[in-house]
Design a protein around this ligand. Structure first.
Ligand code: CDT
Length: 308
């Protein structure tokens, strides 16, 4: 048995005017709660330190730099690192990263139980658009403010297991989990900010969005026999509704914990990393069953080319 007690730390809404310090205080309160419930690892959402700023258009993208972190840890986030280290707790959270040489990424980090950053992932699949869109009831400007990540989907051996990360829209793509699965990933950590409605199509509302969240995460877990911890930033941010529905899913694809609110909420579950072995040695024993001679199109071709 290799038990890791994981806390999915869902954050409620963060308003445009909220300071990093106010947000970090909320994250620390969740961390204290996780400690009192025996957590070894706490997972926070995508862009955990700020409102979901890609909903706001600015003409000069440099104006958006105020949402980005130039160093990590920094003054605002140092208390998270210090408290996690003092608790002997691993941690993962997302933030907007501005690199020394001027690149902008939507990033997540994995911090081990000694407070060291052992993994960094930069979001691959950036949804939305780069220019102001009149057709939409609200903007989703990730393609304007971020570059596609340059890290790829890497897995790290740490905290007694093999961990990987992806961010929000990445969870909808089977390639994400499979690339991690091929590295033997045992737990995938995901943060997300998912608007509760489609800005182009009124018919897609919160219940459908929650269904797609479960569907994607449960499939990714089952098909790669890995635990998946998927954590929302939820609720009404500056008048815009984000779904909650944070999940912990076991390697059989079953939900073992699910958030009930759209506020700051903790889910804590003891995850045995050895539960991944059964699926990895049977139905999803990749070495025995995959037929890569038929998978070429997946990496050779991006869009659809239909038969004549
Ligand atoms: N943050 C993020 O990637 N959000 C996207 C919105 C697209 S709506 C299907 C997501 O995939 O949840």
């Amino acid at each position: 048995m290799r038990l890791i007690n994981v806390a999915a730390a869902q954050l409620g809404p963060i308003q445009k005017g909220d300071t990093r310090d106010a947000v970090v205080s909320r994250m620390l309160a969740l961390m204290d709660g996780a400690k009192s419930r025996g957590a070894d690892l706490i997972v926070y959402p995508e862009l955990a330190l700020t409102t979901f700023f890609p909903r706001w258009y600015v003409e000069e993208t440099a104006e958006a730099d105020r949402w980005f972190e130039k160093t990590m840890p920094n003054e605002a986030t140092a208390p998270l690192f210090e408290r996690a280290r003092s608790y002997g707790m691993g941690m993962s959270f997302g933030y907007a990263e501005l690199t020394e040489d001027g690149h902008h990424f939507n990033t997540s980090i994995l911090v081990d139980q000694s407070g060291t950053i052992v993994g960094k992932y930069r979001k691959t699949h950036l949804p939305g658009h780069a220019e102001y869109s009149k057709e939409r009831s609200f903007q989703h400007l990730e393609k304007r403010y971020f570059e596609p990540g340059d890290t790829g989907f890497k897995a790290w051996r740490t905290m007694g297991g093999i961990f990987g990360m992806c961010i929000c829209n990445d969870r909808r793509w089977p390639e994400t989990y499979r690339v991690l699965g091929l590295q033997g990933v045992e737990m995938v950590l995901i943060g997300y900010n998912t608007p509760a409605v489609n800005p182009l199509r009124d018919a897609e509302g919160p219940s459908e969005r929650l269904f797609h969240n479960r569907l994607s995460v449960q499939a990714g877990a089952y098909q790669n026999s890995a635990w998946v911890v998927s954590v929302a930033k939820a609720g009404i941010e500056d008048g815009h509704h984000l779904i909650g529905g944070s999940l912990i899913v076991n390697p059989a694809g079953e939900i073992v914990a699910e958030a009930k609110t759209e506020g700051d909420e903790l889910l804590v579950h003891g995850c045995d990393l050895d539960d991944t072995v059964f699926g990895k040695k049977t139905v999803f024993d990749f070495a025995r069953h995959r037929r890569i001679e038929h998978y070429g199109l997946i990496s050779e071709q991006t869009g659809v080319i239909a038969p004549e």
